[in-house]
Design a protein around this ligand. Structure first.
Ligand SMILES: O=c1ccn([C@@H]2O[C@H](COP(=O)(O)OP(=O)(O)O[C@H]3O[C@H](CO)[C@@H](O)[C@H](O)[C@H]3O)[C@@H](O)[C@H]2O)c(=O)[nH]1
Length: 458
């Protein structure tokens, strides 16, 4: 029976898949350590995600509030500034009511963990005088760079190269997050990432979805600025330390999952398949999609390529047919990525370097070919290639295209060459370090315990 003095944490993620899942995994870890967790997301998300297919511990539940866009979420308005400001106005009122509802129940709230992309949640938290913990989904180095920009420690536009910041490797412009490289390109997103730091000084704890050894120098440097606890990787424990029993049907997904592609994968020899996926937001031009398809076909390797429905229009039908008749490739709309990455048939991951994908590849010991596009991805790719040495980054030609020849050559390097075997050795090392961090007594496990101790004292 649940004890009356069980601590109750509200988790408030930014309502998109790449932000919901890391918090969900963190919530599971907390609930195995005896905390009651309520994840709050939007009514729209509750309609589109397959929440009912999750097997959650009894101490972890969902609750929903309106962000003002119950029918279509962000897509209903299509403009990020309007969406964020409406979500703030409507969301803060609804969040206040929700906290009041729990505070007059048997399970009052002790702490609110929030995504700094919706930094106003911390202001609501402090109105109720509750413990507030920021939860950064992206890695420490990215947030450290934004912190520098926000506080004027790194002036934009950048005029002197390479960029030298304590704790980070020397950076060229192409290695920096797109909001640093070109702040005018997506002004509303720029504002959103910078606003994360507008009230961070009020946060009692700053949690980061990374682990110490992955970014030790930057964690040490950033810890001098705010109370950081690295608590990652937030990958389901089934794939790591087996800490949460039966934790395999892991993530919230927009799609019903289909096992036929996994069976296709299982029929392929070990290390022979290139897995290709560019996350949920990247959209390539028709020309780039064609080069990717021809590069994959020309590489002679097996490949499994996720092309979300929204991107189908950017690839000529004949090419999809050529892929399926080649016997080498399979195209799907969505797949259980962790199941794919953990399959021994996978030899490398051709990725946009979204943080979740990068972390998942590191955790499963899979070398990467990086084709970063925007936001945090360029800095992730820099670390993949030069710091962790688990992959290579494609070269973009003078017309902004990655050619089929370049793609073929990268796949061959990673799958066949000595360079590739070195990356595989490094990738295995990072997997072991990730497991060590999250296992009993590891840095992330200790940091989660520190968080719990703060909670108990609150
Ligand atoms: O077929 C698929 C494709 C993806 N995934 C999962 O979807 C997530 C994708 O996340 P991520 O790799 O971070 O990419 P995006 O969805 O593009 O994430 C956005 O949000 C991230 C977190 O802020 C940023 O790091 C990225 O740059 C930004 O594009 C991962 O967990 C994948 O395992 C699947 O399960 N199946």
């Amino acid at each position: 029976m649940e004890e009356r003095n069980t601590k109750h944490v509200l988790m408030i993620p930014y309502p998109s898949q790449g932000h919901l899942n890391p918090m969900l995994q963190f919530s599971k870890r907390l609930s195995t350590k005896g905390v009651k967790v309520t994840m709050i997301t939007t009514i729209f998300i509750s309609k589109i995600m397959h929440l009912q297919s999750l097997s959650l511990p009894s101490s972890l539940q969902f609750d929903f509030i309106s962000d003002g866009y119950d029918q279509g979420g962000f897509a209903q308005v299509g403009n990020i500034s309007t969406y964020l400001s409406q979500m703030k106005t409507i969301g803060s009122e609804n969040l206040k009511e929700l906290i009041q509802k729990y505070n007059s129940s048997n399970h009052p709230i002790d702490c609110v963990v929030y995504d700094p992309m919706i930094q106003w949640v911390l202001d609501v938290t402090k109105e109720f005088d509750l413990l507030g913990a920021a939860f950064f989904t992206q890695k420490c180095s990215v947030n450290y760079m934004y912190y520098h920009v926000y506080h004027g420690l790194l002036k934009l536009p950048i005029t002197s190269l390479p960029i030298s910041i304590e704790g980070l490797p020397l950076l060229e412009l192409k290695d920096t997050p797109s909001f640093v490289n070109d702040p005018g390109f997506y002004p509303a997103y720029y504002e959103m990432v910078m606003n994360q730091f507008s009230n961070i000084h009020k946060a009692d704890i700053v949690l980061v979805n990374s682990f110490y050894k992955l970014e030790d120098q930057v964690v040490d440097s950033m810890s001098k600025l705010c109370p950081i606890l690295t608590i990652g990787p937030t990958v389901p424990s089934f794939y790591l330390d087996k800490g949460v029993p039966n934790d395999k049907d892991n993530d919230l997904s927009l799609f019903q999952l289909d096992s036929s592609a996994i069976n296709w994968l299982k029929s392929k020899p070990a290390g022979s398949v290139t897995y290709v996926s560019f996350g949920s937001m990247v959209c390539f031009s028709m020309e780039q999609m064609k080069e990717i398809a021809l590069g994959l076909l020309g590489s002679g390797s097996n490949f499994l390529w996720v092309i979300p429905t929204m991107e189908n229009k950017n690839i000529p039908k004949e090419l999809v047919e050529e892929i399926s008749s080649s016997g080498k490739g399979l195209v799907v709309n969505w797949i259980q990525q962790l199941e794919v990455l953990s399959n021994k048939a996978i030899g490398c991951f051709f990725t946009h370097c979204g943080w979740n994908s990068t972390l998942e590849a590191l955790c499963l010991g899979v070398p990467m070919i990086a084709i970063p596009q925007w936001t945090d991805q360029p800095l992730n790719a820099k670390f993949v290639e030069d710091v962790w040495k688990v992959g290579i980054r494609v070269i973009v030609n003078e017309n902004g295209i990655v050619t089929r020849e370049e793609i073929k050559s990268c796949i061959r390097k990673v799958l066949e060459n000595d360079v590739g075997s070195e990356m595989r050795i490094n990738a295995k090392k990072w997997r072991e370090l990730a497991i060590e961090a999250i296992s009993h007594g590891g840095t992330s496990d200790n940091n989660i315990n520190d968080f719990l101790n703060k909670l108990k004292r609150s």
